[in-house]
Design a protein around this ligand. Structure first.
Ligand code: DGJ
Length: 733
């Protein structure tokens, strides 16, 4: 190993530094590139043969000069076999899973990327971008690796930009976004599987030597079977507050692939990117392809801190209006399904007002005339208002909503088409299907070909026209109910570009919509939670976690999502799923963005009074739930009682949610549950909130120090007779 020199981000005011290998290497020094956040450092180093290696990921060091000694300490070999390559090529010396694999214009399949230079750009006080340019030594083929670090949040986004100047097209057989290298004694992976109404089921296992792949080949609603989020604990399974753990998410709403390879040195190689399954990407000379971002955070204080890192990053930088408020709502999907008309909806608008929520959301079934959308077999694609159900158009609904003093929102599913539709009749070539094979449907529908710019315009116009005609429209629910079968595009020149270009096409549409309507709230829905990832959430204010709203199920589903996504983005609706009382259902829905999907007129007087009061209570604590810190107190998988709390940023208001999740005899809270995230020296008053009319709390209102609440805790007294208990915590000044 050469003696190494390190280069750093020295100045807080300077904007861009450019580092050239020629200067540094001729001095017989290798380049060390530490990428630091508040707690962590990732260290990249150029080897003597100018390959870029990743030598460290962990707590940052106090003396930056010592980063150059890390490779030696870990006995990382500089022999070019490159297990720790920062972006592993293939067809030359690499023996393990590549991050990139190409077929050059001449058919040759080798790639050996060498370091050229790098720049460090300080984008603001919190965010900096390190871009490292690599080039093949034989072919005119280049890759720029980008590492954008959010210092205070301890979050990094990584992506690559690939281009070439070869004579003709080059085929990218694999083109990952990130290639990380971690060193520990053992690795524990928590990942997820699911199906409709069974989203986010976790599995945690020790990784053994070889490759574990997380992936999707579904095209759209791509995370239905396996979401692109995961965590890896180092050395031992991390707990809520202890252990080293890395969280990751590929910001991509299509086929993805994440390989976790424990290599012959017992180190972990992590390669994340677009799935190369049926997706060789044909790239013209001079054209750049930018891969999706892979976002990750590392914590040495367990899962709780890692999730708070990611949640605060998401609120600040990713989801739309993450620091803003959210609208409570009444949705009509489960109360009417397709069976409604103007009068019924006018009644529901009155109910919206009576309930005290902000908005009425009209769901599926409002469109289609030649093929009316009266069930899920027809009309999708024909976005004209159904004249029988709504003779006075949407305008009637926005006007009535205005008169009632509530807002109005609407459901769309603009990427899809029923074969029984005018759209399909007019534009069969806009539909994804194999020309010579029978059509195959999910929910009686097919996917529109978003690689085609005309289809992109059409989808954009579906939403744009709704806003143009109804300027008071205040909310969109964007659904996506089918995967892609029979992947074939009548538009694409290269079929293998289709899966990737579909998602680029979708993002192009969403970019246009957001440029025109930057703040309007939009819910990301996909037949439940089939499309939750940060690539899509960049355009949305919230997501629909699952069609499964049975509240005990929801505790488990919301719990797992909460590791990766902030509560204000989780649309939780009170419905009639399950046998739990309305209080339990509402308490569970309040742990995120509260909504209802019930027949308000069927509520008893007490139930209605409870819901009205709950909406007010929710507003009192919404600052803590939406923008505060979330602490998981007791895991539903290991305890009779699940407990979770939210503390606002000033640590003056908090709310604790407790639910009985075990119905066995005697199950409940026998001992106090320790609170977290409070100020030890402050005094807080404790009182039970959201009580059902006529019931009395068994918990006495009292005042305690934060120290007491976090050291001893409080017992919410949850048992068979009190299955859900909410406790408000307020600072006493
Ligand atoms: C699936 C969604 O998950 C539901 O909430 C509802 O909007 C239906 N689609 C409407 O078809």
């Amino acid at each position: 190993m050469n003696k190494v020199n390190s280069t750093y981000l020295l100045s807080r005011v300077a904007i861009v530094f450019l580092f050239m290998s020629s200067f540094l290497i001729t001095k017989a020094q290798s380049v060390v590139i530490p990428i630091e956040s508040k707690q962590n450092a990732m260290v990249l180093q150029v080897t003597s043969e100018k390959r870029l290696a990743m030598v460290y990921m962990g707590n940052k060091l106090s003396d930056k000069n010592e980063y150059s000694s890390i490779a030696k300490a870990f006995r990382l070999k500089d022999n070019g076999s490159g297990y720790n390559s920062a972006y592993t090529g293939s067809g030359t010396r690499n023996l393990l899973e590549p991050a990139i694999s190409v077929t050059h214009t001449d058919g040759n399949k080798s790639l050996d990327l060498k370091y050229i230079n790098h720049t460090i750009t300080k984008l603001n006080d919190d965010v900096s971008l390190v871009s490292i340019n690599l080039k093949d030594s034989v072919y005119d083929f280049e890759v720029t690796l980008n590492y954008q670090t959010y210092f205070n949040e301890n979050v990094t986004e990584q992506w690559s930009v690939i281009k070439h100047h070869e004579k003709h097209e080059v085929v990218l057989n694999k083109y990952a976004s990130a290639n990380l290298y971690l060193q520990a004694d053992s690795y524990w992976l928590r990942h997820y599987h699911g199906e409709w109404a069974k989203e986010m089921r976790p599995e945690e296992e020790q990784l053994t030597h070889g490759i574990k792949t997380l992936d999707s080949k579904l095209g759209t609603r791509a995370d239905l079977f396996e979401p692109p989020v995961f965590m890896v604990s180092l050395n031992r399974p991390s707990t809520e507050d202890e252990g080293e753990v890395l969280y990751g998410n590929l910001e991509w709403s299509g086929n993805y692939r994440i390989d976790l390879e424990v290599d012959p040195s017992n180190d972990l190689r992590l390669i994340a990117g677009i799935n190369n399954y049926a997706a060789d990407y044909v790239l013209k000379p001079g054209v750049e392809v930018t891969t999706p971002k892979f976002v990750y955070t590392l914590s040495d204080k367990g899962k709780g801190e890692a999730s708070r890192n990611l949640q605060s990053w998401a609120r600040k930088y990713k989801i739309v209006d993450g620091n803003g408020p959210r609208l409570t709502l009444l949705n009509n999907w489960e109360s009417t399904y397709f069976n409604f008309d103007e009068n019924k909806l006018a009644g529901i608008l009155k109910d919206t007002k009576e309930l005290g929520v902000d908005l009425f959301l009209l769901d599926d079934g409002w469109f289609g005339n030649k093929y009316p959308r009266n069930d899920d077999r027809a009309g999708l694609g024909d976005w004209e208002v159904n004249k029988t159900k709504l003779p006075d158009d949407i305008a009637f609904l926005t006007k009535t909503a205005n008169e009632d003093g509530v807002k109005f929102g609407i459901w769309v599913e603009p990427e899809m088409v029923n074969p029984k539709s005018e759209l399909y009749e007019k534009h069969p070539d806009w539909v994804v299907k194999q020309p010579q094979r029978p059509e195959y449907y999910m929910r009686n529908q097919l996917v529109l070909d978003l690689t085609n710019p005309k289809v992109q315009d059409f989808v954009f116009n579906v939403v744009d026209n709704l806003f143009k005609k109804n300027p008071d429209l205040a909310y969109i629910k964007w659904d996506c109910n089918s995967v892609i079968y029979n992947a074939y595009s009548a538009y694409e020149g290269h079929q293998s570009n289709f899966y990737t270009d579909y998602v680029f096409g979708l993002y192009r549409v969403l970019d246009r919509l957001r440029a025109k309507y930057p703040k309007v709230p939009m819910m990301l829905c996909s037949g439940g939670g089939g499309r939750v990832d940060y690539g899509a959430l960049k355009y949305f204010t919230e997501y629909w976690p699952s069609d499964n709203t049975e509240p005990v199920e929801r505790i488990f589903i919301q719990w797992e999502y909460s590791y990766f996504y902030p509560a204000l983005a989780s649309s939780n609706h009170v419905t009639n799923w399950g046998k739990q009382p309305i209080k339990f259902r509402t308490d569970v829905a309040m742990m995120g963005k509260l909504g209802f999907d019930i027949v308000v007129s069927k509520l008893s007087a007490d139930e209605l009074a409870f819901c009205q009061e709950a909406v007010k209570t929710y507003k009192q604590f919404s600052e803590a739930i939406w923008h505060g810190d979330q602490y998981r107190l007791q895991n539903p998988r290991e305890n009779d009682v699940a407990s979770i709390m939210y503390v606002d940023t000033t640590k003056s208001t908090a709310i604790m949610f407790n639910y009985l999740v075990n119905t066995r005899y005697g199950a409940g809270t026998n001992s106090p549950i320790r609170l977290k995230g409070l100020e030890p020296d402050k005094r807080y008053s404790i009182s039970e909130v959201n009580l059902f009319p006529g019931t009395k709390s068994t918990i006495q209102d009292a005042t305690y120090t934060g120290d007491f609440l976090m050291t001893v805790g409080i017992n919410p007294d949850v048992h068979e007779g009190r299955t859900s208990v909410l406790i408000g915590v307020k600072e006493q000044k």
